[in-house]
Structure formats: structure tokens, C-alpha cells
Design a protein around this ligand. Structure first.
Ligand SMILES: [Zn+2]
Length: 322
């Protein structure tokens, strides 16, 4: 009998559920609106109903589902399976999400931070497949990192390892949401990229990007599209972004000597205009031995990476709750 793992990506807006084989193949995937304000008990009830409905549709028998994993934005206590704090779920204080769901689903449940789940998914089945030391960076509104070292998720002393977005790369740089100044996120998070774009628009008011921005509210996707269409200002913005990213990741290369760095998240879709300056900066700034050993690759699993990785958590990658 084929067995399945249930992966749950608990996001601020949507919760994505998927049934995944041990080889990482997704056989069913669906989502529902998280509606965090209704509270964690209500959410776990809806997650359970959705899972049962999906199993019914896909013809998955209850005995075939061996475990479930949750990837949730925020600080997750591995010892207790609780979400300690999360920017997305106001009022969810120390919620024992893993136990709540284990009781409802009657299968073992594990939980981890969403970026760790994404890193696990990419390390096992995506850009880092077959490699044992993988650093995964997720670029979006926020910038997070996940460490997969010696075949395990590395979480640090208080489960907050991997916060590369809040590593200082410019002591005089812009202020960051975390309270620090000049964090990597303040340059390569979406707000940071748009700040760079604004500065370029001011300097080059006649560029294609400036003309576009005078009519529309510019997004990072617009900057990437403009770069692809040949706009040199948009290319310069991504070049600067890739360089700042390279400065941050050169530190990772020197510190961890990983075999791969996987770059994911929406911003990574800017493609070669981001990856080329990133690789050039690594060449210039990282030490030569670890730099030659590291492969910099785009993430491969797309928005499902977190769900797929979460589904694998109970298979020896995180503590199990029953
Ligand atoms: Zn910060």
C-alpha cells in the first residue's frame, strides 16, 4: 500500500494542505482561508475537515496517512510543539498547534517554522536534492533562512537560527522592521528593493521604469518584467539587489561551507538579473575554497515547497506529537 504524509503550510492568509508520498510526489493539494482571528481551535477543526474532504476526493484511505507536519510562520518551540510568537497570528499565544491537530487527526504531528519547512522540502526534493549541507533563503516581504546541515534541520539554542534577513550588511543603512539598521532584509526584501527603485527613478526620471512608475504603483514583479524587457534602470536595481544579497550570502559561504545555497521566494523569480550579480559578488567576497564548492541554485518547488517540506517533518526531522 502506498503511504502518504500530510503537509500543512499555515500562512497568514491561506492554509495549504497536501498529501505527499515519501518520494515527494504531491497527489492532492488544496487550500482554505486561514482566518486566524477565529482562533487556533477553529482553525484546527477546519484543517481537519479539509484533510478528510481531500482524502475522500483522492481516494486515500485513513490508514494510508502516516503522519502530518505543519510549517508555520513564527517562532516554534520544538520541545512543546507550540507556536511561541508569530506576526501573522495575533492572539495565538503559545498555541500547542501540533497537539491540537494530532488529537483531531489521530496521527502523529510535527511542527516547524515555515522557512525551515521550505528548506527541508528544497533540500530533499528541490534544488538541494541529494546534498547534505544546504542553506535556503526565502526572499519576499521578509527575508528568512533555513539550515539543513548534515541531513538535519539546524534550529539553534532557542529555535531562531537562520535569520539571515536581520544580519547587518550596512551599519548606516535604512532602518528595518526588527529595530536594527542596515539589515539584509532592508535591501533585498520587497520594500528594500522598491526603496532602491525609488532612488534610481529619482536619478533617472526619463527611464522606462520611471515612466512606468508615474502611472502605476511599482511592484518587484514590475521591476523584474522591466528588466526582462531591456530597461537598464530596472536591471541596475536588480544588480544592486543581487550584490547586497551576495554580500549577505558570502558570510554564509564562509561560515557554513555549504554544498548549496537555494534561493527561493517571489523575488527570486527575477532570474538571471538577480543571480548574475549575486554569483559575481560571491566570487569577489567569499573565500575561494568554500566558494568553489557551493552551488547557487534557484528553488525548484515553487510555493509548494513549504507544504512538501512540512509533510516530511514527522519522518525523523522534528519532534512528534500524538
Ligand atoms: Zn532587521
Amino acid at each position: 500500500m502506498t503511504t502518504f504524509q500530510l503537509g500543512i503550510d499555515l500562512g497568514g492568509t491561506n492554509t495549504t494542505l497536501g498529501f505527499v508520498t515519501r518520494q515527494g510526489r504531491v497527489v492532492a493539494c488544496d487550500h482554505f482561508s486561514t482566518e486566524a482571528s477565529k482562533g487556533p481551535r477553529d482553525w484546527s477543526g477546519r484543517a481537519c475537515r479539509k484533510a478528510l474532504e481531500m482524502m475522500d476526493l483522492a481516494g486515500i484511505k485513513p490508514g494510508a496517512v502516516q503522519g502530518a507536519g505543519i510549517g508555520a510562520a513564527g517562532l516554534i518551540d520544538q520541545e512543546t510543539g507550540r507556536i511561541l510568537q508569530s506576526p501573522n497570528f495575533k492572539g495565538w499565544v503559545r498555541v500547542p498547534a501540533a497537539r491540537l491537530l494530532a488529537r483531531k487527526l489521530r496521527i502523529p504531528v510535527a511542527i516547524d517554522n515555515d522557512v525551515n519547512a521550505m528548506a527541508l522540502g528544497e533540500a530533499l526534493f528541490g534544488g538541494g536534492r541529494g546534498l547534505t549541507d544546504v542553506f535556503c533563503i526565502a526572499l519576499g516581504t521578509g527575508v528568512g533562512g533555513g539550515l539543513f546541515l548534515k541531513g538535519e534541520i539546524y534550529r539553534g539554542t532557542t529555535y531562531s537560527a537562520g535569520e539571515i534577513g536581520h544580519v547587518t550588511i550596512d551599519p548606516d543603512g535604512p532602518f528595518c522592521a526588527c529595530g536594527n539598521q542596515g539589515c539584509l532584509e532592508a535591501f533585498v526584501g520587497t520594500a528594500g528593493i522598491l526603496r532602491t527603485a525609488d532612488a534610481w527613478i529619482e536619478r533617472n526620471p526619463r527611464s522606462k521604469m520611471a515612466r512606468f512608475a508615474s502611472k502605476h504603483r511599482l511592484t518587484v514583479k514590475d521591476v523584474a518584467d522591466l528588466a526582462k524587457s531591456g530597461c537598464s534602470s530596472a536591471r541596475d536595481v536588480l544588480k544592486h539587489t543581487g550584490m547586497m544579497l551576495g554580500i549577505g550570502l558570502a558570510g554564509v559561504v564562509n561560515l557554513l561551507n555549504p554544498s548549496a545555497i537555494i534561493v527561493g521566494g517571489r523575488v527570486a523569480q527575477a532570474g538571471r538579473f538577480l543571480f548574475r550579480p549575486l554569483r559575481e559578488t560571491l566570487k569577489r567576497r567569499a573565500m575561494s575554497v568554500p566558494r568553489r564548492a557551493v552551488q547557487v541554485r534557484p528553488a525548484q518547488l515553487g510555493p509548494r515547497a513549504g507544504m512538501i517540506g512540512a509533510s516530511m517533518l514527522p519522518l525523523g526531522y522534528a519532534r512528534i506529537f500524538r
